[in-house]
Design a protein around this ligand. Structure first.
Ligand SMILES: N[C@@H](CCC(=O)N[C@@H](CS)C(=O)NCC(=O)O)C(=O)O
Length: 197
């Protein structure tokens, strides 16, 4: 059991909720207003969500750190692939997505975000998930952001301008594999619930 401290429609919080659903770990939520981070700061010493509180009192922040701890605590079913090479590839993907891919949409720059569609289409050319046949850590990291390519998955009360950038720049017209992956992950147990707030 874990408590996810979140603000409305936070894609980084959705990563944790989707990973927990994959592992069958029960989740509670503590909702915070986006404009008041004082309780988050008091709890975790920083202001970004997700913050996770584990039964037993451990407090974690930063979604990749939380996902790694979740993998330790609930190893089955795994998110990280077996095998040294596959694990290294997963690390490269996660670091690229967080430290390179996210920079352009965070800055409101639609061109690199749009161009990246071809990269995801290529990753999916011969398999059902980003780094292999099975759902895994790369899908958890990227899907909560790439799913804005499909406006039908967006809650009508989500007016986050960052999500507007994603919705405008991620075009699926020439990306049938990416479109199918977005739909495939949306249908996984617990995923729609995970992104509902
Ligand atoms: N590296 C952090 C980033 C967390 C992050 O940027 N969270 C966003 C919500 S998705 C946030 O709290 N933004 C508030 C702000 O920037 O003031 C993670 O992956 O958890």
């Amino acid at each position: 059991m874990l408590t996810i401290h979140r603000i409305p429609f936070s894609a980084n919080c959705h990563r944790v909720a989707i990973a927990a659903a994959h592992k069958g770990v029960e989740v509670r939520y503590a909702d915070h207003p986006a404009g008041d981070r004082s309780a988050l700061e008091a709890l975790s010493g920083q202001s970004l969500v997700p913050v996770v509180e584990l039964d037993g009192g451990e407090i974690l922040s930063d979604s990749p750190v939380i996902l790694a701890r979740l993998e330790q605590l609930a190893p089955e079913p795994p998110l990280c692939p077996a095998g040294t090479t596959a694990r290294a590839e997963a690390t490269v993907f996660v670091e690229w997505f967080n430290l390179v891919w996210k920079v352009a949409p965070n800055a409101g720059d639609e061109r690199p975000t749009g161009e990246s569609v071809a990269v995801f289409e290529g990753l999916l050319a011969e398999r059902d998930h980003l780094l292999g046949d099975d759902f895994g850590i790369a899908d958890v990291i990227a899907w909560p952001f790439l799913r804005f390519a499909d406006p039908s998955l967006r809650d009508p009360s989500d007016h986050d301008p960052f999500h507007d950038v994603l919705e405008r720049s991620l075009r699926l017209d020439d990306a049938p594999r990416l479109a199918a992956w977005i739909a495939r992950v949306a249908e996984r147990p617990g995923v729609r619930e995970a992104i509902s707030a």
